[in-house]
Design a binder for this molecule. Structure first.
Ligand code: SF4
Length: 371
């Protein structure tokens, strides 16, 4: 067989693209080579293939999500990127868990704009059994009963199956829990909980039958190898939705002086994720407006199939109206049926492989689905 290392970059990218379009996969080494591309010509070549892969597996649908910050600030954790950690002096808002009104207002707003899901987000380490869990379940139930949106949540570390089962019973459909970066880089982002705590939480949620929204943040000082490893870890855990956040350095946090990633590096990262995760929702979340500026509409050409709209916790996005206009101008369709998971139903892990049987995930560790 021809040694593909003899091929030009253009031919090699095309070979990988053809393989993924045909339902195949690229290896970890092949993906690392894509992440290492430097020239603008090669990156645009990669983006063109990522766009074809997105169209092949996701059509022209773009899944929109929004979030409501249900408890802000004073978080016990020391995540280096986060304005809400009690370890950092950032001046970001602080309030206790919210009453129903702001959550229902967010549902109204989402419904008005055709946004698929509203996620309840709380700045705390995690959720245990007790009165607070009862209150959280009430908010989820109210969101579901409103009939206006898919009820999602991002509520930190979960340490028991019972908590995950209660959330499912309340009507929760999807839980946001990022791996943040590679296992190797994770201790640079947080030392008050571990990568294993996060995997364990995802295991409980999957066992409860809750879909997983898990991705990370780029631009924290991690290497391209770390980004590549993150994408493969997300593939292994069977994340249904993969949010890519781009660091927006917040004054007062340890990452406040991190240099911004160049827009082409960001677009290349999105394209590489599309090659590795051809069927998953790849969502562009925090940091897109400040980091991509005029290039932000290119995220879809680079392979993104979902967008976080509205403001993102402590930072601002462009308006929802501008986002909707951007999609219209590109001929993309933000309307969704089946709650945004329409092509991921075959496999329990969301891999869309008919034979996949990872519904029965263990509560710890990583499932072995590699589809
Ligand atoms: S990212 Fe979440 S867990 Fe970490 S400090 Fe911020 S609010 Fe707390």
């Amino acid at each position: 067989m021809e040694d593909d290392k003899e091929l030009t970059a253009h031919d090699r990218i095309s070979n990988f693209g053809e393989r993924v379009l045909a339902g195949g996969q690229i290896t970890r080494d092949e993906a690392a080579w894509l992440f290492s591309l430097e020239s603008a010509a090669d990156i645009f070549d990669l983006i063109a293939w990522a766009n074809r892969i997105r169209e092949r597996f996701k059509g022209n649908k773009i899944h929109l999500c929004s979030i409501v910050n249900a408890k802000a600030g004073n978080c016990s954790e020391n995540c280096s990127f986060c304005a809400q950690s009690s370890y950092h002096q950032t001046g970001s808002p602080k309030y206790v868990f919210v009453d129903p009104e702001p959550v229902l207002e967010a549902a109204d707003e989402a419904n008005k704009n055709g946004v698929t899901a509203v996620g309840l987000v709380a700045a705390w380490k995690g959720l245990n059994e007790g009165p607070l869990l009862d209150e959280v379940c009430d908010r989820i139930r109210e969101l579901k009963d409103s009939g206006k949106t898919r009820p999602d949540a991002s509520l930190g570390i979960i340490k028991s199956q019972k908590v995950a089962d209660r959330l499912k019973e309340a009507g929760l459909e999807c839980y946001g829990h990022n791996l943040e970066s590679s296992r190797r880089f994770f201790p640079n982002t947080c030392t008050t909980h571990t990568y294993e705590d996060r995997l364990e939480t995802i295991g409980y949620l999957k066992k409860a039958g809750i879909k997983i929204c898990s991705g990370g943040i780029i631009g924290m000082g991690e290497t391209r190898e770390d980004r590549c490893d993150l994408a493969f870890s997300l593939k292994e855990i069977g994340a249904n939705v993969v949010p890519i956040n781009i660091l927006n350095p917040i004054p007062g946090t340890p990452f406040e002086k991190n240099p911004p990633l160049p827009p082409l590096e960001i677009l290349k990262t999105i394209a590489c994720f599309r090659f590795i995760l051809p069927r998953r929702e790849i969502m562009i979340a925090g940091g897109r407006t400040v980091n991509l500026r005029d290039a932000q509409s290119m995220v879809f050409a680079a392979g993104a199939s979902a967008l976080m709209v509205g403001n993102y916790l402590t930072t601002l996005n462009q308006s929802v109206e501008r986002d909707l206009q951007m999609l219209k101008d590109l001929g993309l369709d933000p309307s969704w049926d089946n709650h945004g998971f329409s092509d991921q139903e075959a496999g329990g892990c969301g891999c869309a492989e008919p034979a996949c049987e990872t519904n029965d995930l263990v509560t710890t560790g990583v499932p072995d689905c590699s589809a």
